[in-house]
Structures are given as C-alpha cells and as structure tokens.
Design a protein around this ligand. Structure first.
Ligand code: PEP
Ligand code: MN
Length: 262
C-alpha cells in the first residue's frame, strides 16, 4: 500500500533491465514458446527494436485440455539459454507450486496467470522466492482482490511484485475481455508497485491491440506486455490477438513516443 510505502517500487532485473520508476517497460513475445526456430525469430525482432524483456509460456493454461499446453521445462531451458545469449530477460507463467523450484533458475520474472490469481498456495510459494512475480488480475477479480493476492506474496517475504491489468469478464461479447483501464490509475494510487497492461488478452483482437496498448501508457502504466509472433496465423495459441513483427515494431516506436508525452 502507498500508506506504508510512498515511493514507487523499481524492480532491477540486472544488466540494465528494470520495471517501474522513470522508464517504460516493454515486454513482448509469443503466447506460447513453440520451438527454437520460433524463439530465434522473436528474439531477433526484440533485440533489433531494443526490447529486453521477452514473454512466452511453456506451461499454458488452456480452456480445452486438447489444445497445445506448452513445451514444459525442456522448452524453458532452451528459452533461458537462448535469451541469456542475447541479453534478454524471461517472463513466463508458473501454474503450480511444484514448478516454482523447477523453474526458478531459468526464469527472471514468474508470471501468475489470470486463472491462478487466487491460487493461494501458489502465491504462498512465490512469497518465498527472490525473483519478481508478475501477478495478473483474475478473470472475474476485483482490484481489491488483486491487491490482496499481491499481499499474499508480499507477506511471504517477496516484495518484488508487478501488478497486471489483463481484462476482466463482463457482459460484453464484442471483445475477448474488457480491458479495465480504470484499474491503472486506481492501482497506481493505492499501491507503490509497478502496474503493467496486457492489451493482447485485454481486448483479444489483433488490430485493436496497439490502440489499447497506447491507451494503457497514457493511463499511467509502467509497462506493456503483449503477444507477437512471426506468423500470428500459425501461432500455437492466441494468434487472433498476436501482432506480427511489422505491427510490433510500429507499436514499440509509438509506445516510446507516447510515453514521452506523459
Ligand atoms: C498469457 O499471458 O498467455 C495468459 C495465459 O494470460 P492470462 O493469464 O492473462 O490469460
Ligand atoms: Mn496468451
């Protein structure tokens, strides 16, 4: 809470990469890690555009059990090796307590997905690690519930937290979720933690992702996390909300421009 700590938290990931404070954190990458060839393409794109944070799931929470569920630990080891060789930091989702230890040495930021925001055992386990946790807002979770979930990790001793607005479920069916940009200034006022926006899951429609990303920055976000892939139409998951590299490069330029206007 801001009542307890007024100064905004800045998370230093090392090698000149940080989240929060007086810079905009840009984190991009595929929904799912698919192959070394896929990662190489994405990494080349990120490095060429000066992006140092790469997202990508190896454990995927899928609505259908028959959908692609990720490459698992083996994929994470490849992800880590390739990212390290290129100076990139890794953000990837942890789904259960037993994975925390297995994944620990290959991760820079643990992501807790919207389906696990109130997995209190997982939050307790992450309270005991020394790595940042990117905590997504639950699909039907309130702002207060997100903050309470953050408190679980915090009270366990891990104060390295990032709050993420990724859209909530409402009556609206025109978009995948309803990106609640109201949450950004409210979270910033209530908490000293960095707040980031995920416009990909937030709206779910590729052509509108850049607009909502830029709106997130103007709403006061400390960073943006979004999905990109060389060929979104062949992506193993979330292709419909994934930017190709041209769209992604344009967005990166515009994010930096808009951030300057703040
Ligand atoms: C993701 O980041 O690919 C993801 C599954 O996100 P969320 O938990 O917000 O649905
Ligand atoms: Mn996704």
């Amino acid at each position: 809470s801001r009542k307890w700590r007024v100064k905004p938290t800045v998370l230093d990931l090392g090698d000149g990469v940080s989240i929060g404070g007086s810079s905009l954190a840009i984190c991009a990458g595929p929904c799912s890690i698919e192959s070394e060839a896929q990662m190489e393409k994405v990494m080349d794109h990120l490095v060429a555009n000066g992006v140092r944070l790469m997202r990508g799931g190896v454990f995927k929470p899928r609505s259908s059990p028959y959908a692609f569920r990720g490459l698992g630990l083996e994929g994470l080891r490849d992800f880590h090796r390739m990212a390290r060789a290129r100076g990139l930091k890794i953000v990837t989702e942890v789904m259960q307590v037993s994975q925390v230890e297995e994944m620990h040495d290959f991760v820079d930021v643990f992501q807790v997905g919207a389906r696990n925001t109130q997995n209190f055992n997982l939050l307790d386990a992450l309270g005991g690690v020394d790595k940042p946790v990117l905590l997504k807002r639950g699909i039907s979770g309130s702002i207060e519930e997100l903050l309470s979930s953050a408190e679980y990790v915090f009270s366990g001793g891990n104060e390295k937290l990032i709050l993420c607005e990724r859209g909530i479920r409402t009556f609206e069916t025109a978009s995948r979720n309803t990106l609640d940009l109201n949450a950004v200034p409210i979270l910033k006022a209530k908490s000293h933690l960095p707040v980031i926006v995920d416009p990909s899951h937030g709206i779910g429609i590729r052509e509108y992702v850049p607009t909502m990303a830029l709106a997130g920055v103007m709403a006061g976000a400390d960073g943006i996390v979004y999905e990109t892939h060389e060929t979104p139409e062949t992506a193993a998951s979330d292709g419909a909300q994934t930017l190709d590299f041209d769209e992604s490069a344009r967005l990166i330029r515009n994010l930096r421009r808009v951030y300057q206007l703040r």
